[in-house]
Design a protein around this ligand. Structure first.
Ligand SMILES: Nc1ncnc2c1ncn2[C@@H]1O[C@H](COP(=O)(O)OP(=O)(O)OP(=O)(O)O)[C@@H](O)[C@H]1O
Ligand SMILES: [Mg+2]
Length: 276
């Protein structure tokens, strides 16, 4: 189960986030990025954050710690922004917190080099969870102390918005052409060979145990949180077995900035065959 904390101070909204996450301090003296149950995206995006974040962590990818965060909307009383006030009022009770990485930078593919092995693991993982939110336009990757960290999985697991499609999702292709790490020659075959066999039903069940019951309760068509958890386990286990065959890495869209050789070193780029 995720650690539980209590929000003590709302610091500031993160305006670049579509769901209006906020920076919040908690009773453990930690600072967190808080994602609210009252946000328009709804509690399913928090379920996706927990499942994907904790699955990625168990597969050895870096994800900031996730915690359960209790919120008393009274902490927003002095908040001048009407939109933030409304969000806090609608989010009393249990929300999600992600450890805030101070001084982290948004990933810039022109300024940061990723190895083929790591790129392969991230692309394979994103294909597994149908994450369309890791494109070069919106990478949802942070660089912190020289390492790559994964954030923002709220839009993944798209099939949980329409459960009858979950069974067929296993064979649904994943187009990684515009993925933020596509230019780093992702070694998807190695990633699949290493990570695929680790995504067992046991591992997935331990991940699903981290999702609070109250975010699974009342799901139409299911007889309680246990049945919903089992459906996630079945869908992800099936996809893990075959997803590598369904990943395509085509040409990126034409407006993608290119990684010119020499950019990182500052040396001017010479066309091959040019005089030395
Ligand atoms: N743990 C963190 N540490 C530091 N900064 C973070 C962290 N999590 C998020 N941020 C910053 O806040 C921004 C918004 O967060 P996030 O992408 O999770 O929100 P969102 O509302 O889901 O965004 P989107 O608009 O991509 O849907 C990120 O782009 C990043 O700049
Ligand atoms: Mg984001």
């Amino acid at each position: 189960m995720l650690r539980e904390t209590f929000a003590t101070r709302y610091v500031t909204p993160l305006r670049e986030g579509g769901s209006l996450p906020g920076i919040v301090e908690a009773d453990d003296l930690g600072t967190y990025v808080m994602k609210f149950t009252g946000a328009g995206q709804g509690r399913k995006s928090l379920v996706a954050e927990v499942i994907c974040g904790e699955l990625a962590r168990r597969l050895g990818l870096r994800v900031p710690e996730l915690v359960r965060m209790r919120l008393d909307p009274v902490i927003g009383l002095g908040e001048p922004d009407q939109e933030v006030q409304e969000l806090l009022k609608a989010s009393g009770g249990l929300n999600l917190g992600m450890d805030f990485l101070p001084g982290s930078l948004g990933f810039d593919p022109l300024a940061y080099e990723v190895g083929a092995a790591e790129a392969g693991r991230v692309v394979w993982f994103d294909a597994l969870v149908n994450n369309v939110d890791r494109s070069w336009r919106n990478p949802n990757l942070l660089v912190w102390h020289g390492d790559l960290w994964l954030i923002d999985h709220g839009a993944a697991l798209i099939w949980h918005h329409n459960w009858p499609t979950a069974a067929t999702s296993a064979a649904r292709p994943y187009d990684a052409s515009d993925h933020a790490l596509a230019p780093f020659a992702p070694d998807i075959a190695s990633a699949a060979g290493d990570l695929g066999p680790r995504v067992t039903e046991e591992l997935l069940a331990s991940v699903l145990a981290d999702v609070p019951d109250e975010w699974l309760d009342g799901e139409p068509g299911f007889d309680g949180p246990g049945a919903v958890r089992a459906a996630y386990v079945t869908a992800l286990a099936a996809r893990a077995r075959t997803i590598a065959e369904h990943i395509t890495l085509g040409a990126p869209s034409h407006d993608r900035p290119s990684r010119a050789p020499g950019w990182l070193t500052g040396r001017p780029h010479r066309e091959s065959g040019a005089a030395r």
